[in-house]
Write a protein that binds this ligand. Sequence first.
Ligand SMILES: [Zn+2]
Ligand SMILES: [Zn+2]
Length: 296
Amino acid sequence: MEVIFLGTSCMIPTKERNTSAMLLTFNEENILIDCGEGTQRQLRIAGIKPTCITKILISHWHGDHVLGLPGLLQTLGASEYSGRLKIYGPQGSKEHVEKMLQAFVFSNKVDFEVFDITKTRFFDGKDFYLEAMRLDHSIDCIGFSFVEKDRIRINVKKAEKLGIPEGPLMGELQVGKPIIVKGKKIMPEEVTYTVSGKKITYIADTVITDNCMKLAENADLLICESVYASEHENKAEEYKHLTARQAGMIANQANVKQLVLTHFSQRYKNTQDIEEDARVVFDKIVCAEDFMRLKL
Ligand SMILES: [Zn+2]
Ligand SMILES: [Zn+2]
């Protein structure tokens, strides 16, 4: 599982930072989260083919989070993109995409589908699920959690001792079913153990709200916007953003293991003030840079 930061600036791209986007890679899934202007070029620079993207999650429809969509869709339409691209966003996303596409002339269209998210667990796959919760920004905005499902593994030594042959019986145990070996019933809990899945949460533009803590609860990695340091708390409140300190408070209260701050105002020439501001309340912090990669 890996997260690649493709844009870490708020509002406008700077020389060092592009606007919001990140790619979450897990097995065959490549989930693009937000798609600021120029995201497809960022992908190229990172050595990632846009055609690998399987899903796009949109936090909200402010330009710095979505202006890269039409260009990316055009590129995918002109490429050999196999499969159907799934785009998920807050209510109204379907309409936004329709209107956006009306504004341009595309000669080839990629096969895609847009979903307005209406429930918390909006995608449930074989080995992971996705959750969304409403945040509190100046327009409808949602945060996301990617949750890997727990895996049941066989304790090989114990299995050998009990004489369980390799093959379908092992599979039965892994889905929690008892088996019979040499006339003896073996319960799954006798020979299996659980490997906990990892959780990654992304909190996009918002002021602090209960859902921030709920969404990030026990996350292994929390990626959180922090446009300002506390000295500009008034501005954060006015524009409905978080300060780094508040991001730290969320991490602390939600019991997350690691916090990555992103979405910085261009007023900061480096992230020292931002990092120090959050460090007052939370210790395990990294400030994101464009093209930074984090493996879990
Ligand atoms: Zn933003
Ligand atoms: Zn915004």
